[in-house]
Design a protein around this ligand. Structure first.
Ligand SMILES: C[S@@+](CC[C@H](N)C(=O)[O-])C[C@H]1O[C@@H](n2cnc3c(N)ncnc32)[C@H](O)[C@@H]1O
Length: 357
């Protein structure tokens, strides 16, 4: 089933006989949704070449078995074969508005290097997700945007690229900030769209303040900017950390946070535990309950239902969660007993050991 932004696009691209795309050959679809609408587009217009670009590994996985005219790319930045420098090639762009304005700005500055002048730019998104702000943000590069359709709480904007963006310098998009917990000082690096972009989350702080004993081999599930792994590594030089996240922007932020703090950690781009091949002595997490702007409990429920397989005997899981989230029954089901290490008005920190009855 298509989600609402895709339904709006389908109405513009398909129902009018495909006129909107008729004169375009090389079409870029960015930040596409997981509903497989890109497959429909590529199959319906098989004389055209599509590139679907995402920062999100779950979206990337959703387009397995793409036809030959659909190239699917998941990375922290869009690059052509000749590198990230300017080489205009696309003559039409469709962007699903991301969950933050900062990520949209980052995305257009990156993508517009690869787009021909006069190319139409479509931006679609949820009104609640702030799609309207695209009008203002596109002004730097484009003609005045028009709202060409609206339905189901979503809007579709159309504009034309006038000015390709300045050469894109990826490193310039990092923000960094210092944190200090239990006497450990770190500098955290985040890219736009990454959780805790610009400031430490209070749930993560509570988790870190209550970490007791670390063991050798640690997984930080949903690592964001990598600060849990970096902190653990700083408190015990014998630990090896792996930061896992579904977002390529988070993975790149984690890599940078590890590097800047002298942490020799690994990173893993994965949808839930889909790419995990190892087992760990300890798993730590401030797990997600959102996909983009939407609430999504399924990711963490699946994680809690399967994580035990990836924990060594006598190993443990420590997580922080908003107190309204009902993870206790799942912890009880899979681990038998668990402890609440700490709680405040908003968050609880849970700890469960494998093999403890
Ligand atoms: C609440 S944030 C925590 C980030 C970081 N650990 C911190 O404490 O600042 C949850 C993280 O889970 C990631 N995430 C969301 N869906 C995921 C999935 N399906 N698989 C892995 N990670 C996911 C998000 O990208 C985000 O970085």
């Amino acid at each position: 089933m298509l989600d609402n932004p895709s339904l709006l696009l389908a109405r513009s691209f398909d129902l009018d006989g495909g006129d909107a795309l008729a004169s375009h050959q090389n079409i870029l679809v960015a930040n596409f949704s997981e509903d497989k609408y890109c497959l429909t587009l590529a199959n319906s217009f098989d004389d055209k070449q599509f590139t679907a670009f995402t920062h999100n590994f779950a979206a990337f996985q959703s387009l397995k078995n793409a036809p030959d005219n659909l190239n699917v790319v998941c990375n922290h930045q869009f690059e052509t074969k000749s590198g990230s420098g300017s080489k205009a090639e696309f003559d039409c762009v469709v962007i699903y508005f991301p969950k933050s304005k900062a990520e949209f700005e980052f995305l257009i500055n990156n993508l517009f290097n690869h787009v021909k002048a006069d190319a139409p730019i479509y931006v679609v998104g949820d009104n609640k997700g702030g799609v309207k702000t695209c009008e203002k943000m596109l002004k730097t590069f484009c003609s005045i945007s028009k709202k060409v359709d609206a339905a189901k709480h979503c809007a579709l904007y159309l504009t034309t690229l006038i000015e390709p963006s300045k050469p894109f310098v990826f490193e310039d998009w990092y923000k960094n900030y210092p944190i200090e917990i239990n006497g450990v000082e770190l500098t955290v690096y985040t890219l736009p769209g990454v959780f805790s972009h610009g400031e430490l989350d209070m749930g993560t702080r509570l988790l870190l303040e209550n970490i007791q004993k670390t063991k050798a081999n640690i997984l930080d599930f949903g690592c964001g900017a990598g600060l849990i792994g970096a902190y653990l590594s700083k408190t015990d030089e014998n630990v090896t950390v792996t930061g896992l996240d579904v977002s390529a922007l988070a993975i790149e932020s984690t890599r940078k946070t590890y590097q800047a703090n002298g942490v020799d950690g690994k990173v893993l781009l994965s949808n839930g535990l889909s790419e995990v091949k190892a087992t760990y002595d300890q798993v730590y997490s401030n797990p997600p309950f959102h996909s983009g702007v939407k609430t999504n409990y399924a990711i963490t429920e699946l994680f809690l239902n399967t994580v035990k397989e990836y924990i060594c005997p006598r190993g443990s899981l420590t997580l922080v969660a908003n107190s309204f989230l009902k993870y206790q029954p799942l912890l009880e089901k899979h681990f038998g007993r668990f402890d609440t290490l700490s709680k405040n008005r908003r968050f609880n920190v849970y700890h469960a050991t494998k093999g403890r009855k």
